[in-house]
Design a protein around this ligand. Structure first.
Ligand code: NHR
Ligand code: GAR
Length: 182
């Protein structure tokens, strides 16, 4: 039995690629019903197209409100038949109407050890704070930004001399494994 999953991504899509690789390896029994984005030029969409996965992009600037944008986006997600939504580098805050509708059926991968460092620029903030460890969390999405229940985390040491890019790169491969496992 293959579980229908939609992915939302705004950028590169390496976490999406990890899901596709695990699916193709036969270790993750999912069907990707849709990859959707708020950025028509997201590399994640190009990769999905190349894999024969349906894609969909909407431009937020053409909608009067956040809620109307999200309702249009999630109408397509629902129509794809997805039973789970994965935010994989999706960079746009979601309206409370859709988080309520998909509560318990939408997860996000966030690059910090939640509840530390909700929001953006987590690698920069963890270095500035002088923390000795960093990580990533997969959590259920709720109306509260990066505030929903945590499912699992991956933890890495911060090395002396680490900068933002080095830390982000080292964490990313752990994110891929964590997201597939969740
Ligand atoms: N929406 C809700 N309601 N709840 C969450 O937990 C969400 C969410 C939407 C996205 C991912 C999140 C992350 O993992 C996520 C979780 C974007 C922003 C943000 O400030 C913050 C957190 C996350 C994603 N976005 C700006 C906005 O105004 C735009 C930033 C940009 O485009 O560069 O939407 O970190
Ligand atoms: C990942 O590091 C993910 O945790 C983070 O963006 C990157 C996306 O990479 N997510 C956020 O910062 C959400 N605000 P990818 O496009 O290669 O999967």
């Amino acid at each position: 039995m293959s579980f229908p999953v939609a992915v939302l991504a705004s950028g590169r899509g390496s976490n999406l690629a990890a899901l596709i690789d695990a699916r193709d390896a036969g270790t993750l029994p999912i069907t990707l019903t849709l990859v959707a984005s708020d950025k028509a030029d997201a590399p994640a969409l190009r990769n999905a197209e190349a894999q024969g996965i349906p894609t969909f992009a909407l431009d937020p600037k053409t909608f009067a409100s956040r809620r109307e944008f999200d309702e249009a986006l999630f109408a397509n997600v629902a129509a794809s038949g997805a039973r789970l939504v994965v935010l994989a580098g999706y960079m746009r805050i979601l309206d409370a109407a859709v988080t309520a509708q998909w509560q318990g059926r939408m997860i996000n991968i966030h690059p910090s050890l939640l509840p530390k460092y909700r929001g953006l620029h987590t690698h920069r903030r963890v270095l500035k704070a002088g923390d000795l460890e960093h990580g990533a969390s997969v959590h259920f999405v709720s109306a509260e930004l990066d505030g929903g229940p945590v499912i699992a985390q991956a933890r890495i040491d911060i090395h002396p001399g680490d900068n933002e890019d080095a830390l982000a790169a080292r964490l990313l491969s752990r994110e891929h494994r964590l997201l597939v496992a969740c």
